[in-house]
Design a protein around this ligand. Structure first.
Ligand code: SER
Length: 350
């Protein structure tokens, strides 16, 4: 029997899962159980004590995991992202909402049966916001957590509702039942901006234009960007996203004044980012070919977020602004990934 706390990660094969598994494994403090629909990537599988191929909607599977492991923390990352969810909203609801509900129930029951608090880390999103038009978006600037909670995508609706479920399961679950033993689920959530990783490319999201643009440039492929040049939303480099999840996990409960925190880092327009990409990969072919429906989704998301609460309560502080993210994280690692050797060289695919 292992003596390290067990951390369960759902959707472990995704972009956040990759970075998170490396960071948790590097710390040497946790045993990681990874769950995903697909077999876990061979780069991260050896870093886990168990890798389970299965569906979060399979209640028997969750029951088996709860019996087999004393789970101390859950990072529930599995979800259909915003573009994919628009093609199958009901499936998105099943995965994004019913899946979260099952995991929250598993966590609360685990916590109550052992008399402990199972931490439940949940990535929410800027998609939880919905600004009605561009003029309002410009005027709104940095939005705070309680503002513009009127999402226009299925994904955003799912995330916003799951935040409420997290609050309910943490604070009010079965509130009319006779007093139960202490323990339960301790839900903590970050509303992520668009994320950008040097090592993985997202799929099914609507903030994907930024990562797609720089990875395409490094591969020497032309990129038709699906939003206008002046489109602005907030982004964060993946290492800061991982640090945010770990920072929130480790924060003492009495320091937290909320269960939901904005986190932000930098907010370039698509055009500004393209200029940086062209400087790093001269000759990169980027053109703007807005796709009206996807543009509409991005236009409903805020230009920037007010993350003062996260900074105050648990010391959130991104290490990467745009310039540093490009110079020290994205460009060197992406160059290496696609085998570009010389500065400024545009290279072909893997
Ligand atoms: N990256 C997500 C998406 O585009 C938004 O948080 O769906």
């Amino acid at each position: 029997m292992s003596r390290k706390p067990v951390v369960l990660i759902t959707g472990a094969n995704g972009e956040v899962g990759h970075g998170l598994i490396h960071a948790l494994a590097d710390s040497g403090r946790y045993d990681i159980v990874a769950l995903d629909l697909r077999e876990l990537d061979s780069a991260i599988a050896p870093r886990c004590v168990d890798t389970v191929v299965g569906d979060i909607l399979d209640e028997n599977l969750l029951g088996r995991l709860a019996t087999e492991y004393e789970i101390s923390t859950i990072f529930h990352l599995a979800a259909l992202l915003s573009t994919r969810a628009e093609y199958n909203p009901e499936q998105a609801h099943r995965v994004n909402v019913e899946g979260t509900l099952s995991l929250l129930r598993m966590a609360v029951e685990e916590g109550r049966s052992r008399g402990t608090w199972v931490k439940f880390l949940f990535p929410s999103s800027i998609a939880a916001y919905g600004l009605p038009d561009l003029e309002t978006k410009r005027q709104a600037g940095r939005v705070a957590e309680h503002e513009w909670n009127t999402p226009t995508t299925m994904y955003g609706c799912n995330k916003l509702y799951c935040e409420s479920l997290g609050r309910y399961y943490s604070q009010h679950y079965r509130r009319l039942a006779p007093q139960s033993a202490p323990g339960g689920v301790d839900f903590r959530c970050v509303r992520f901006p668009g994320l950008i990783s040097a090592f993985t490319v997202p799929s099914g999201g609507t903030s994907d234009y930024l990562p797609e643009m720089i990875h395409a440039a490094a591969r020497g492929e032309a990129y038709p960007c699906f939003v206008r040049e002046d489109t602005r939303i907030t982004f964060m480099a993946m290492p800061d996203a991982i640090r945010a999840l770990l920072g929130l996990m480790e924060a003492p409960a009495d320091a937290l004044t909320s269960r939901v925190y904005n986190v932000g880092a930098f907010s370039p327009t698509a055009g500004e980012f393209a200029e940086h990409v062209q400087r790093a990969f001269p000759g990169a072919e980027i053109r703007f070919a807005p796709d009206a429906p996807r543009q509409g989704i991005v236009d409903s998301w805020p230009e920037d977020v007010d993350d003062g609460r996260a900074r105050h309560d648990w010391g959130h502080e991104p290490e990467y602004d745009l310039e540093r993210a490009l110079a020290e994280y994205l460009v060197p690692n992406i160059r290496k990934r696609y085998g570009c050797s010389k500065e400024g060289e545009v290279c072909m695919g893997e």
